[in-house]
Ligand binder design. Sequence first.
Ligand code: ADP
Ligand code: MG
Length: 333
Amino acid sequence: VATEVGVGEFDLIRRHLQRVGAARADVVLGVGDDAALVRPRQGMELALCVDTLVEGVHFHPGVAAADLGHKALAVNLSDLAAMGAEPAWATLALTLPDADEVWVAEFAAGFSALAGSVGLALVGGDTCRGARAVSVQVAGQVPCGQALRRRGAQPGDRVVVSGTLGDAAIALSHCLDPQGRMLPAGEDAAARQWLLNRLHRPSPRLALGEALRGVASACIDISDGLLGDLGHLLTESELGASIELSWLPLSAQALAVAGESAARAAACAGGDDYELCFTISEACTMKLTTLSARCGVALTVIGRIESEGGLSLRDADGRRVTPLATGYQHFAR
Ligand code: ADP
Ligand code: MG
């Protein structure tokens, strides 16, 4: 077909994408036929999701191919984590302006390293010519009826977030210019590198998501900013929440590079965090320490679910803050 990258080039793509990620016994047929065949475990539901990253919209043209391979998979794994699902299989739709073998090899290496580390196999995909875009579809398994949902929070539940918030947004606004080139660093070079790693190499919270089955009453992953994504959870649960802005977990690196006020604004509304935001009953809050140690990620209570609708924010002095008035909506520009 005229839109395909070409037979010769297609061979090299197959060369780099044939054995990517984990080798799984439940892959009956992987890359190479008209469709892949996989065998889900008895008693499991499949969790399916897809995310597309478009050059110039979701990533800068100069981004390292290996970072893009990691991130295109990581953003999908974050969705599986939010459902409490265990990753199993993926397909990959690649749109490329040319058949650059080095680029494809590096992309595949970044994708494969993350896929292998979480036991996921790449089982198929599609390749065509066009403006660069990467679309990854993942399938995970979760015991029937046990998936975490956005709906389910109860009044009085605590609102908890994993990791630190706003790091990726600070990397974008403080460490890169609009073309994606690194801004000059001073003594804070290590902090900037750490923030850029948070932007380019998000860590999907898969172990946490699985551990939250039967523990969290509702869960969502934070991809578009805490306030917006928590808002989706509240809409689905038909409840409100009160959030203590001074409790939001900020990294030392974001504070060092951007200062407290920008770091806090980024934690509220900055995108690309890929942390989990979940609700648990007050009685379950004592499990947080163990969960955090077991899953290797900090867990911070940031507020509680209220029976009244809407999201109410309080600053360190207990004053009510509205996101619009404090400019959080305008952050990230
Ligand atoms: P068809 O024309 O039947 O859709 P293709 O020629 O597009 O098949 O693909 C041939 C095989 O290569 C299929 O098994 C497909 O899943 C796999 N494949 C194509 N592109 C990719 C890719 N980017 N990543 C992984 N597998 C791919
Ligand atoms: Mg095809």
